[in-house]
Design a protein. Structure first.
Lengths: 620, 391
């Protein structure tokens, strides 16, 4: 079970498929996948110890900081087992709910999957979802308990759990420590032994599955592929089967773990391809690449266009940064085929963009990258989902922004529904069910994973979980619960738009689409919040919440009566003038809603969840 | 020398000493214990200060003389700190120097501030003899618990005595200062204070809403939440009350925080609000002469050493732009009952003012005769109106 000197390892494009093993690691965010991957890089000799850095494969700062992988990679690892040479292609998968489709494509590029579970914590909801995905793809599953070096490790308990989930024996679970390296060589041997070699027709027209696509500042789009049939060679004319677009393959190579040009890739091999295109949307995950001269006719199964599920308006705090925001979004889109945006204007917030995301994490990551990489200060409106409306006259309208919700008679509103899986210690069942109930959840079922851990399944309207469901779930379960969800279609709902009016004028940024039963609560909450946040004005300002023309809640900010400093003598005069001049500057950060001056901070605070506001306060 | 174009000239004399510092006060003042250790008297720590002030008066004379702008003084004001902590002969020396250099206008007004518990009948006689003809006492409140919150030490009963002593000593004008909106002060407390003040033979009343300043003991108490400021609306009600009671007593408001019998207006303060020329003598004192503002080094020790070594005590100055001068004129004159002519404003500004007129914050009759004058609700919003104009 030793490493193979790199110069004697089987060469790319000339490797017998029987010598190849393609596998992924399925794991939850902090269960040690990156550390295990690092260990594999070391043990197979592709990265020398002195060049090793933590989480080698996670490229972006955010990934390293949050400990999550957003973009997958594929690394070619040479390994000798029982006297024969093998090539192990480790295909990294993103570890979050929003990227299920990307995960499914990565898994489609493999024959096996390592199910990695922290044996101090047990399996988490997203891992379970990805495990089911792997099982649906008929992958060979190798159960592995990680972090056996931890004092809190309970390998027996979680071996039971894994065995029950995948139908093996508890003693079949391998035990490793990514940290110390214990068991890692044996794991590589087991991958060779258990994962079947790839099958494909070397003589058939080329077909390669795109499982990832990354924009590189210097090289343009780098496309990660798994060759199924035939082969890909540098300087071939290649073609995307979904769009018919043709490009020249400028470079073909493998990652080991730095990119190495190989001239070609054969059946079962995994590597990268560069064509010089600048936009990842021209090289879509799940698409099939073929040879333009001798094209295949059937696409590999499973291609889907990314569908944004969650929408939010993004506005620059400083309106002069609007062009910079556009530029930053365009740049981000080069690397993120799932991000969509279009300009929108808000009477309250000015010029901005309505952006569509795969889910909440995707939204958070995009926002964070915009702020970090482009140095922008942003206001984001409360996230909402897509509603399909049928009007009385039969017209069907799609609404991605509450302010577009029509005032005319609506026959039916349909909202997206998800199937949510929550894993948690059984002591929190009551709290979780209560939360789901208040969010219009319908219980589908519940199973015990082990004596004290339970899997709870609900259908929930996506609109009910986009705002602060996850925060609530975490706080009700002291952080122990994990959540996964997948869209399962749409259903009619009793939904209404609640408008918030300042002095009779609707403020678009505060409009929300909510269930009829919650309209009143939203109205009371928002009007109350605004009464606290908006300073007293020259005149009385009524704040109302309305559904259509019906007022459901009201507050009022009484007119300011006293705004004068009592003393204005000698030295007070320049002080006072400077104070008033400074307040003039402050006015630039005021937004005018009709005649009402609303401080920027009021918008931010009103649109944040209470937790965010508390967090911001704590920072100060 | 044709000096008709010059604005009237005033002097402010700052005496930066107090026996103790009050919790709300952020003025430039020092207690003996802050300046020297032990039990030194103010007279001892202030040695040299009057000499330095006299040097500055000479610098002022030389400066104005060089510009051919020397003219008789219209008003002088001793403020602090507690000016009456200095012996009357010291104040007299300052006045003598001013008279000798500049000359006094025939009807000169010379005011000093005084604390009810730091002057005696004899002190008042001496001050009057020294030439001071107006005295303003810091009464603040008639309620012991309000005085305690403010760290004021005098017995409320002393106020009535000291006012009568001032009248006996021959002061032509006697004023009282009150503070309202103090934590713990009820509307009735305030009514009692105002009535107590108005029952005395005074011709002038100042009533100031308490301002919580950063860096004061009170500021810290409020920030920590140990002390809660009364709501602004209640403070506004107290303003309405003092205006009502003062008017009933025959006084008219002539500035947001000031009421007087006819002829009892503080001419020195009106000089500030009309942007006249006024020179501030003393540590930390501010001056304004023909569109230039400057202020002196703050600490008395630095002030003394600057002047004894022949330097100017000025710390910083600013030359006001025409826009700033105009803005100051608005923010100062809007506070006065005499107001401003509407011709002073641009069309856009008149538009803004119109909305205040519509809400009853500007005097309708005055507006019709081309003048901007605040109504009582407008007086309470004077700063807001100025801000609205400063877009």
């Amino acid at each position: 079970m030793p490493a193979i000197p790199l110069d004697r390892a089987p060469k790319p494009s000339a490797t017998d498929p029987l010598q190849i093993r393609n596998f992924s690691i399925i794991a939850h965010i902090d269960h040690g996948k990156s550390t295990l991957a690092d260990r594999m890089l070391g043990i197979t000799g592709v990265v020398e110890a002195r060049n090793m850095r933590a989480q080698y494969l996670d490229r972006m700062d955010i990934e390293r900081e949050r400990g999550i992988t957003i973009k997958s990679q594929a690394v070619r690892l040479p390994w000798q087992s029982e006297g024969s040479d093998y090539i192990l292609n480790m295909i990294d998968t993103p570890g979050h709910v929003d990227f299920t489709y990307e995960v499914s494509r990565s898994l489609a590029a493999c024959e096996g999957a390592v199910l990695l579970v922290d044996c101090a914590q047990g399996i988490e909801a997203q891992t379970l979802a990805n495990l089911y995905l792997a099982m649906e793809n008929n992958l060979t599953i190798i159960p592995v308990l990680n972090k056996i070096d931890l004092p809190a490790a309970q390998p027996e308990k979680f071996a039971e759990e894994l065995a029950r989930l995948i139908g093996c024996q508890p003693e079949d679970c391998l035990r490793v420590s990514g940290k110390t390296g214990a068991g890692v060589a044996e794991l590589l041997d087991q991958i060779v032994r258990q994962v079947p070699p790839p099958q494909g027709d070397p003589k058939a027209p080329a077909r390669a599955l795109i499982f990832d696509s990354v924009y590189d500042l210097y090289r343009g789009v780098v496309t990660y592929v798994r060759v199924v049939d035939g082969n890909l060679k540098a300087h071939d004319q290649i073609q995307m089967l979904s769009t018919g677009i043709k490009h020249e393959a400028l470079e073909v190579g493998v990652i080991s773990p730095e990119p190495v040009s190989s001239g070609g890739l054969g059946v079962g091999e995994v590597g990268y391809l560069i064509t010089g295109v600048k936009d990842v949307r021209q090289s879509r995950v799940g698409d099939t690449i073929t040879n333009a001269q001798r094209p295949a006719t059937t696409q590999l199964p499973g291609y889907k266009d990314p569908v944004p599920m969650v929408f939010s308006g993004l506005y620059p705090l400083d309106s002069s940064e609007y062009p910079a925001l556009r530029e930053a979004l365009e740049k981000l889109q080069l690397n993120d085929a799932a991000l969509v945006f279009e300009p929108e204007t808000s009477a309250a917030l000015g010029f901005g963009f309505r952006c569509g995301f795969l889910g909440l994490l995707h939204m958070e990551i995009v926002r964070e990258r915009l702020e970090r990489e482009a140095g922008l200060d942003l206001i984001s409106t409360a996230p909402n989902v897509v509603y399909n409306l049928t009007l009385d006259d039969g017209t069907i309208v799609k609404v991605t922004n509450p302010s577009e919700f029509p005032m005319t008679k609506i026959d039916e509103v349909r909202e997206p529904i998800v199937r949510a899986t929550i894993l948690a210690p059984s002591e929190f069942i009551g709290a979780i069910m209560e939360l789901c109930q208040t969010r219009r959840g319908v219980l589908l079922g519940m199973d015990y994973l082990s004596e004290d851990r339970v899997e709870i399944r609900y259908t929930l309207p996506l609109g009910e979980i986009v705002f602060d469901f996850f925060d609530n779930l975490k706080s009700k379960t002291r952080g122990y619960a994990s959540l996964d969800y997948e869209p399962i279609g749409e259903a009619p709902g009793e939904l209404v738009k609640v408008d918030i009016l300042l002095q009779g004028e609707a403020v678009d940024a505060f409009s929300a689409i909510v269930h009829r039963d919650k309209a009143y609560a939203y109205g009371v909450m928002m009007t109350g919040k605004l009464r606290e946040l908006i300073p007293r004005q020259q005149f009385e300002v009524p704040i109302q919440a309305a559904v259509g023309s019906r007022i459901i809640a009201r507050e009022s900010i009484r007119a300011m009566r006293k705004d004068v400093l009592a003393k204005c003598y000698g030295g007070d005069i320049s002080r006072k003038r400077k104070l008033l001049e400074k307040q003039k500057e402050g006015k630039k950060r005021m937004k005018m809603v009709g005649r009402v001056e609303v401080p920027q901070e009021a918008f931010i605070a009103a649109l944040s969840t209470n937790e965010e506001v508390d967090k911001a306060k704590a920072k100060k | 020398m044709a000096k008709d174009h010059l604005k009237p000239l005033s002097f402010y004399i700052h005496i930066p000493y107090c026996i103790r510092r009050c919790g709300y006060c952020d003025f430039n003042t020092y207690t003996p214990s802050e300046l020297k250790d032990g039990e030194a008297s103010v007279a001892k720590v202030s040695q040299g200060y009057v000499d330095a002030a006299i040097i500055e008066i000479n610098q002022a004379f030389d400066f104005l003389h060089g510009k051919e702008q020397v003219r008789p003084i219209e008003t002088i004001f001793f403020g602090g700190g507690t000016p009456t902590l200095l012996p009357a002969p010291d104040l007299a020396r300052i006045l003598d120097e001013l008279r000798e250099k500049f000359g006094f206008a025939e009807d000169i007004e010379i005011t000093t501030e005084a604390n009810p518990d730091s002057v005696s009948a004899v002190d008042l006689k001496n001050l009057r003899v020294a030439g001071i003809n107006r005295v303003s006492f810091g009464m603040q409140s008639a309620k012991t618990h309000v005085l305690a919150t403010l760290d004021r030490t005098h017995n409320p009963a002393r106020v009535s005595e000291v006012v009568n002593e001032a009248i006996e000593a021959g002061f032509e004008h006697v004023s009282l200062d009150l503070i309202y909106g103090v934590p713990g002060e009820s509307i009735d407390d305030w009514k009692e204070s105002v009535n107590a003040a108005l029952a005395l033979p005074i011709d002038h009343l100042s009533a100031y809403a308490l301002i919580v300043e950063e860096g004061t003991k009170l500021g810290a108490q409020v920030r920590r939440g140990d002390v809660v400021m009364p709501p602004d609306d209640e403070t506004a009600d107290k303003y309405l009350l003092v205006d009502e009671l003062a008017t009933k007593a025959g006084m008219d408001w002539y500035e947001v925080s000031n009421w007087s019998l006819t002829g009892g207006e503080a001419r020195h303060n009106i000089a500030y609000w009309h942007s006249n020329d006024w020179w501030g003598i003393g540590a930390g004192a501010h001056s304004h002469v023909q569109g230039v503002r400057w202020w002196n080094v703050k600490h008395p020790t630095t002030y003394i050493s600057k002047l004894t070594s022949g330097e100017s005590p000025m710390l910083e100055n600013e030359v006001l732009t025409p826009e700033q001068l105009r803005f100051e004129e608005i923010l100062l004159r809007i506070r006065l009952s005499s107001g401003l002519p509407l011709a002073f404003f641009t069309e856009a500004e008149l538009g803004i003012l119109n909305s205040y007129l519509a809400q009853g914050h500007l005097n309708e009759k005055a507006w019709q005769t081309g003048e901007l004058k605040l109504t009582i609700t407008g007086r309470l919003l004077a700063d807001q109106i100025v801000r609205a104009l400063n877009r």
